[in-house]
Design a protein around this ligand. Structure first.
Ligand code: ZN
Length: 189
């Protein structure tokens, strides 16, 4: 018996064999450790994410010429991404206005843009019992319906868009001078 204990102390399980804890309590502690493993993994994921750095914002200047319009800004966003030097990562396109928006949709047939505007104007008519004193509530409502940002993946320095997709700046209260912010996020290798 003494010899068996001696061999056991040299084994990887020596802690368990010489532990003063009852076997059941020891098993319970092992179970708790296993249950905690996911949270340990989560911490490691956080460490990995620390290698992700946000890059500077590029600004696209737009002068709109009519009351409502969808303007294809895909090329300008691509240029902003090129300037940032991003090869692989994520690009955000953000509109810092309350009466304008940004969306992704077909840019092959211009009728799609005009149809979107036509139907938006039906959903949110120019005239109604709006309370907003500035008189541009329809533009505010359309801006909220469409949204103020889109996210696009970037691979090999190019925007990952579908064959027919383009990025559109949506003017709902023009003509005005507008801005679009483009920010990229890349993983440092
Ligand atoms: Zn307003």
């Amino acid at each position: 018996m003494e010899q068996w204990v001696g061999e056991a102390l040299a084994s990887p399980f020596e802690g368990r064999l010489k532990s003063p804890l009852p076997p059941l309590l020891w098993d319970l502690m092992v179970l708790i450790f296993i249950a905690c493993l996911p949270s340990l993994c989560y911490e490691r994921t956080d460490e990995t994410l620390s290698g992700v750095e946000p890059e500077m914002v590029e600004t696209i200047q737009i002068r709109t010429s009519v009351k409502t319009d969808l303007i294809d800004i895909t090329r300008s966003v691509e240029e902003a991404v090129r300037k940032s030097g991003l090869m692989d990562g994520i690009c955000w396109v953000y509109v810092p206005h309350t009466t304008a928006a940004v969306t992704i949709n077909e840019n092959a047939d211009p009728s799609v843009s005009s149809d979107i505007l036509m139907e938006l104007n039906k959903i949110v008519p120019f005239q109604d019992r709006y309370q907003h004193a500035e008189g541009n509530s329809p533009a505010h409502i359309k801006a909220s319906l469409i949204g103020s940002s889109v996210t696009v993946f970037v691979e090999s320095g190019r925007l990952v868009l579908g064959t027919w997709q383009g990025i559109f700046f949506c003017e709902f209260d023009g003509p005005r001078n507008r801005q679009v912010f483009v920010k990229v996020l890349k993983r440092e290798l």
